[in-house]
Design a protein around this ligand. Structure first.
Ligand code: SF4
Ligand code: MG
Length: 319
């Protein structure tokens, strides 16, 4: 469905490169919700842009490739590689960017945001018919039709986020990428957004990739997930495995940092800060913060170790 083969991406800045994504390798399967977790600044959003083919200077891909396997109207298989994926936007892959307020045009009514975004990609040329289709879709998602007449600032943050999801899924794409879709929303509204994403996925049987720094979000809706640290994907496994049998020390610390209901003991945060991506350390990038770091960790980069076909982690302790 969507495959990343050893993808590296970097920002070309005046004084060198910021290596935001380093040899990331995983795939998103059909009919699943895949989560990408990690602290802020670990490269999650950049990775999503790479998957969406949203490569604009100063961002560039320096290694590997991204593939999307889809099919055309007649059912013939089609493969899009990075550099071509943008040709499949909205219909095959769509993107819900972070920050529902600033990605919308503040002076356009929601109806026109739909028209502007979709008209180029939609076969329906009659505006009235298209408007009816949009209305039907909003109804399907239990969104009030009045929102079409509203300007973004007249709607709540949660409603704007729902509209972005509606927009991104209107043409029934195979893959939907969502960047921090619940951040900055209160818990009740968050829950509603997650439920909406799950319902859409269930109905369309497509794949959703959700980026969130919040492990609770992943626990609630993802089927499989990847943990990123300092630009690298350090563990990938079914979500249940990540929570019940994490293998990388960083994943273990992320899980231990989650507050649990009924447990009032203070939770351990993860001491220290991630390394600079301009000059990442040799060896394991987590070594400076890892309670198990050994000499080898500071000189040799750990390779992927497979616990099963579905579960890998990169740590010298696993060899
Ligand atoms: Fe810790 Fe070493 Fe494993 Fe890195 S490779 S996570 S430093 S034990
Ligand atoms: Mg981000």
């Amino acid at each position: 469905m969507l495959k990343l083969n050893d993808v590296s991406a970097q920002y070309n800045i005046l004084t060198g490169y910021v290596k935001a994504v380093d040899k990331v390798d995983f795939e998103v399967k059909k009919n699943e919700i895949f989560g990408i977790a990690g602290e802020s600044g670990c490269g999650k959003s950049t990775l999503l842009k790479v998957m969406y083919d949203l490569i604009q200077y100063p961002l560039e891909i320096s290694n590997g490739n991204v593939e999307i396997h889809s099919s055309d109207k007649s059912g013939t298989p089609v493969i899009y590689n990075n550099g071509e994926i943008h040709k499949s936007w909205w219909k095959v892959i769509s993107y819900v960017p972070q920050g529902a307020m600033h990605v919308m045009n503040p002076v356009a009514r929601i109806k026109n945001q739909f028209f502007d975004a979709i008209s180029k990609y939609h076969d329906i040329t009659d505006k009235k018919v298209l408007q009816q289709e949009i209305l039907n879709y909003l109804k399907e998602l239990e969104l009030p039709p009045e929102v079409l007449k509203a300007f973004p600032h007249q709607l709540s943050g949660g409603m704007r986020q729902r509209i972005l999801i509606a927009l991104a899924t209107f043409l029934k794409p195979d893959i939907v990428l969502a960047d921090e879709p619940t951040t900055a929303l209160d818990v009740v509204v968050q829950r509603g957004i997650l439920t909406m994403l799950m319902q859409v996925q269930k109905k369309m049987k497509n794949s959703i990739v959700i980026v969130s720094h919040d492990m609770g979000v992943h626990y609630q809706i993802t089927n499989r997930m990847g943990i990123m640290y300092a630009g690298q994907m350090i563990e990938v496994a079914p979500t249940e495995e990540i929570f019940n049998n994490p293998r990388h020390p960083y994943t273990k610390m992320l899980i231990n940092a989650i507050p649990k209901i009924g447990d009032n003991s203070s939770r351990e945060g993860i001491p220290g800060t991630p390394p600079s991506l301009k000059n990442p350390p040799v060896g394991c990038r987590f070594a400076a913060r890892c309670p198990h770091a050994m000499d080898i960790c500071r000189t040799v980069e750990p390779e992927r170790v497979y616990m099963s076909e579905e579960h890998y982690a990169s740590c010298h302790l696993l060899n």
